[in-house]
Design a protein around this ligand. Structure first.
Ligand code: NFS
Length: 645
């Protein structure tokens, strides 16, 4: 691969160096495989390949506009779309389920190595769901809450209780459209049933179930995952750390954790800091252990322990190419099977830790229910043993290592805005009403080999904060801004527009708030619901000057996230398109028709600068509708204002 080709694939210097090194080391990565997959299937891209029965596969063309059963492009495209939403919903929600079971086992005294770290979060959430908390032992409360959450998965007829955390008006819209979900599991099962041969053929009916299923993710499985993570592992608060491959060190044992569910990474974080493991590392001749993360598990342990971010999704193989990684420990989701082949060229060992996710060639060491800390220590010691196999001649660690501040849970934002005694969103609402902050945009999602990594996210983010828009980020998008050095309060001074900068300076926050992993997108919904509750910006999520963006998305999870944002009334911009263009009806509904039903729809825009313009237009329309777009007298913050903030 020529240097110019490399620079057309990745934005950050660390990735470029490692991609170059992968050429020298004759290692194949996803960037090479994307080349060999270049001629991707047009039927798949347009969503018009149907293989739900074995009379097919059928493909829709002008000459054969219907499948063998008579299904047309509308039915086929909508069925495929619903299946993607169901898969994305199942991934986030199963993650949530595992955490709820963990909480249940903790409450029953059966989960060795885990405890309730945040009692305040437990009591706050139990109260939200109407669970009696007065004079009760915390484990009894936790058991009730865990059982209530389990019923959110299994409920057959009742609507999800978590929906009630949304503004009343939005609940009314879901009711009117008949898309209030019942049990999360039931929604996913029904999605598969409806899309099997000969069941639901009405594209609109299928799409409405896609939105319904996505709501069971955003206001169900994912929301529950975030709540339970906070109870078990602590609610995040601002923490300093660093990002990019430069967090790896020459003289330490380098261990990467990669995947999603925080239960295992929490235990591994504890294992690396235990004295016996530290001594073991010293005895192996290392200066210590560097633990760093990839993908969303990285965001989870960053937010709670300041564990540095090694990189986002498309850096997982490049991290191994440094030649300095003793072990990559993986659990579920976004873990490339290609890792095993990359690792073969170095001394790196890939270790899988959960029975539901194995890869041939990876060492499987389950971290199960019984004595997980001992299991985690065994894994870490194995990594330490591997240190002696490191081939120094193959090691090259890029220098890129940017400082960051992360950990902005809704609680933390409220605290930053209002202080301990008056924690509230009021100052943010006022800043929006007074036009210091134009609006709020959530930028979420992955990297995609179809786009130059991080570029869309970086360009868009910069453009938005320049225009006084507060940016909330999660997932790999947040890691992208971290690598660009944008997740520090000082960024505001350099790049943010004057109004946003005043607010950030007064409060001491960056103009881009890292709010966590992808399940934590529900923290963005939670923040939006708090803003509505605070008053002055309408009575529904759909009236807020707020937009969501999945700039470089690639996963089915991102489709489900996009759908629950739209169904919640928030317009969503996509940096690359859905596989729906084979049906004009489906495509039109998603990209315009949905607005009549939800006051929001999808927008596809492949140019980040144009997307910024369109986003600002949508935000200004929302401001007009709220009557807050009158030119407010521009007034700089004086000391009195700062004290009020
Ligand atoms: Ni989200 Fe997390 Fe990253 Fe995309 Fe994958 S890690 S759950 S799916 S790639 S943001």
């Amino acid at each position: 691969m020529e240097n110019k080709d490399i620079l057309s694939k990745v934005s950050d210097n660390a990735s470029a160096q490692m991609l170059e090194k992968s050429r020298v080391d004759c290692v194949e990565t996803c960037f090479d495989r994307a080349e060999t997959q270049k001629a991707q299937c047009g039927f798949g891209k347009n969503g018009i390949c149907c293989k739900v029965c074995h009379m097919g596969p059928c493909r829709i063309t002008p000459k054969s506009p219907k499948g063998v059963c008579g299904a047309d492009a509308d039915t086929i495209v909508a069925r495929n779309f619903l299946r993607e939403v169901a898969a994305g919903t199942s991934a986030h929600s199963d993650h949530g389920r595992h955490l709820v079971l963990k909480l249940k086992h903790v409450a029953e005294g059966k989960a060795e190595g885990y405890s309730i770290k945040d009692e305040k979060a437990l009591l706050y959430n139990a109260k939200l769901y109407g669970i009696e908390i007065e004079n009760r032992e915390k484990n009894a409360v936790a058991l009730d809450l865990a059982n209530l959450f389990l019923s959110e998965f299994s409920s057959q007829e009742d609507n999800l209780k978590t929906l009630e955390l949304a503004p009343k008006k939005r609940q009314g819209i879901w009711e009117a459209k008949g898309i209030k979900p019942s049990g999360i599991d039931r929604m996913v099962v029904e999605s598969l049933h409806r899309t099997s041969i000969g069941v639901d053929h009405d594209y609109k009916n299928l799409l409405m179930h896609a939105f319904r299923t996505s709501l069971s993710n955003g206001w169900g499985g994912s929301r529950i995952a975030s709540i339970v993570s906070d109870i078990l592992f602590g609610t995040p608060s601002p923490v300093r750390s660093a990002a990019n491959l430069g967090v790896l060190k020459e003289n330490t044992i380098n261990i990467l954790i990669h995947g999603h569910e925080p239960a295992i990474s929490e235990i591994l974080t504890a294992a690396v800091s235990s004295p016996d493991v530290k001594d073991y590392a010293k005895a192996a001749g290392a200066e210590g252990i560097t633990l760093a993360g990839i993908c969303c598990t990285a965001n989870e342990v960053l937010m709670r322990h300041g564990v540095p971010l090694a990189g986002n999704m498309l850096q997982q193989e490049l991290a191994i190419v440094t030649g300095a990684v003793e072990m990559m420990i993986v659990d579920v989701q976004c873990v490339m099977p290609g890792l095993v082949d990359v690792a073969k060229s170095y001394h790196t060992e890939i270790v899988s830790t959960t029975d539901m996710a194995k890869t041939i060639g990876a060492k499987h060491m389950a971290v199960g229910e019984s004595n997980p800390l001992a299991a985690a220590k065994e894994i870490v010691k194995r990594a330490i043993d591997n240190f002696k196999k490191r081939d120094k001649s193959k090691v090259k660690i890029p220098k890129e290592n940017e400082q960051l501040v992360a950990g902005f849970s809704v609680d933390a934002i409220k605290y930053m805005l209002g202080g301990k005694y008056r924690a509230s969103f009021r100052p943010l609402n006022d800043a929006i009403i007074q036009n210091r902050i134009l609006g709020v945009v959530g930028i979420v999602g992955c990297n995609n080999t179809k786009q130059k990594t991080d570029e869309y996210i970086n360009v868009l983010t910069e453009q938005l904060i320049k225009n006084n828009i507060l940016v909330l980020q999660t997932g790999c998008a947040a890691i992208c801004s971290a690598k660009a050095g944008r997740l520090t309060p000082e960024t505001a001074l350099k790049t943010a527009g004057s109004g946003l900068r005043e607010v950030c300076e007064a409060v001491g926050i960056p103009p881009i708030l890292h709010m966590g992993s992808c399940v934590d997108n529900t923290r963005i919904l939670e923040a939006a619901a708090e803003i509505v509750k605070e008053g002055g910006l309408g009575d529904d999520l759909g009236s807020l000057p707020a937009v969501g963006v999945a700039a470089e998305w690639m996963s089915e999870k991102a489709i489900s996230i996009g759908c629950y944002f739209v169904a919640s009334g928030v317009d969503v911009f996509l940096g690359n398109p859905f596989y729906t263009s084979g049906s004009e009806n489906v495509n039109n509904y998603l990209h315009s028709g949905a607005a009549a039903d939800f006051n929001a729809c999808f927008h596809y825009c492949d140019d980040p600068l144009k997307a910024a313009e369109q986003i600002i237009e949508i935000i200004n329309k929302a401001r007009d509708a709220l009557g807050i777009n009158k030119t407010q007298e521009r007034k700089l913050f004086d000391m009195k204002d700062r004290r009020e903030l």
